[in-house]
Design a protein around this ligand. Structure first.
Ligand code: SME
Length: 157
């Protein structure tokens, strides 16, 4: 088990490069996917100081709130609705520079300004999405997409 999270100051890319092996170490010690989602949400949240970091799991025909860090959030999202439901329906990561410009964005918190949602696959099925919100505009870019897509593969390996 890791001694704790150690990510030094640096560029976003450098932080992800330090964080991914630590996520791998933590997740590889545990088989329960909810426990692993909980630690992954915590480690991402602590490293980058996001506003909200968490998972919605696919349960029957809805996304249901899973492990997260940050303020109270809505508990259920339908397929195709909001940023999360769009990522689920399309099977692709959605990067939203300004949530006010995203039609149908679901505002769980009025503080949220930008967002990224990454589908979590098990085989060819989407089993969850990772959702991260920022209080600043345009927080997320291709670097986040690349490393967060890599991070969530750790949940299904
Ligand atoms: N904004 C999301 C809803 C979830 S909260 O951000 C935690 C959406 O539009 O799907």
């Amino acid at each position: 088990m890791s001694e704790g999270l150690t990510v030094s100051a640096g560029t976003k890319e450098e932080k992800y490069q330090e964080l991914i092996p630590q996520l791998e170490a933590v997740v590889s010690c545990e088989t329960d996917v909810i426990a692993n989602m909980a630690n992954m949400a915590s480690m991402l949240h602590e490293t980058f100081g996001f506003w909200w970091t968490g998972f919605y799991r696919v349960v029957d025909d809805m996304l249901v709130l899973g492990p997260f860090q940050g303020p109270l959030a809505c508990t259920r999202i339908r397929k195709g609705k909001g940023v999360c439901g769009t990522a689920w329906a399309s099977g692709e990561t959605v990067v939203v520079p300004d949530v006010e410009q995203f039609p149908g964005h679901i505002a769980c918190s009025s503080e949220s300004r930008s967002e990224i949602v990454v589908p979590v696959f098990k085989g060819s099925a989407i089993v969850a999405v990772l959702d991260i919100d920022s209080r600043e505009l345009s927080t997320f870019d291709e670097t986040d997409r690349k490393y967060l897509e890599k991070a969530v593969t750790l949940l299904s390996s």
